[in-house]
Design a protein around this ligand. Sequence first.
Ligand SMILES: C[S@@+](CC[C@H](N)C(=O)[O-])C[C@H]1O[C@@H](n2cnc3c(N)ncnc32)[C@H](O)[C@@H]1O
Length: 333
Amino acid sequence: MERIKVKDKKYKVASLFAGIGGLDLGFEFAGFDVVWANDFDKYAVETYRANVNDNIVLGDIREVMDEIPSHDILIGGFPCQPFSTFGKLKGFKDKERGTLFFVIKEILQKNQTKVVVLENVKNIVNHDGGRTFKRILRELDEIGYNCFYQILNSQDYGVPQRRNRMFLVGVRKNSFNTESFAFPDKQELTVTTQDILDKDVDEKYFISKKLEATILGYGTKGYMVKPTIDQPISKTLCATMHKMHRASQDNYVTDKVNFKKIKNDNKVAVRKLTPNECRKLQGFPDEWTQVVSDTQAYKQFGNAVTVNVAYAVAKNLMQYMDANIKEIAYCAE
Ligand SMILES: C[S@@+](CC[C@H](N)C(=O)[O-])C[C@H]1O[C@@H](n2cnc3c(N)ncnc32)[C@H](O)[C@@H]1O
């Protein structure tokens, strides 16, 4: 993935719920100009500032939405807990987070934004018997957007991680000559998890003999699970992976090479992934600096949009916009 020099960037992007900028980097790498971003998590903002740029504003979107500058595209992986199968499935009834979709709607209406790109968990499409998603599509249609959506799996875009996410692209009906947007084709996967493992791994990532049975076990009678380790395609990284300790849900690998260096007799040759390996499985660039604790880093990578998928969608969007846009708000010299 290559960064395009700023002078070539013609479309301005505003990013909501930016986290550490998975969507943002994908859009930047495809040649878009992310001029404004927001998140209310101070650790995510620290990581974003250290690795993406300084355009991110720390604060609750409901309090800073009036500061959003003029832009062509609004992107946002809006909080998914109300729609995820792991959450309590409250949907729009979740007063705190479910209603953030309506904040997005308000911003689109106010700015007459040409394109909106939303990302969420796959299950948002089925939530409440499909009613939640139908409502999102209807609300966007009513304010002038033609919407296209598809479930994209990160393993189809160059990283060995199974991660199904819903991507929605809404194009303003009166801004484009044609209204059909095509999602990117799948690519053949040429790497496995084993290919991206770190060469030098600290002892702290290895599991102890004491916890081995729990971590690699089949659970309890009432809750039987199948532990799997050494998966060539990793399981979905999730925001809670720092506190989960089960090989049925999390990714564990056998690492005999690094184990040889360990002096501690209480460890076994199986370990969890390092934050740096999570970075690679999410497509973040090699020149990444971890400025937060491991706990925060796991949370951040688990929450992020895979950069490769964002890039593939953004590249198609760039072609679509170049070919079909009627006028642009901004053109950088
Ligand atoms: C799924 S993550 C976003 C991932 C990110 N878009 C990416 O591309 O990698 C959702 C983010 O929304 C942020 N968030 C949730 N509610 C918010 C609010 N009311 N205002 C601002 N940010 C919020 C969280 O801190 C979290 O970082």
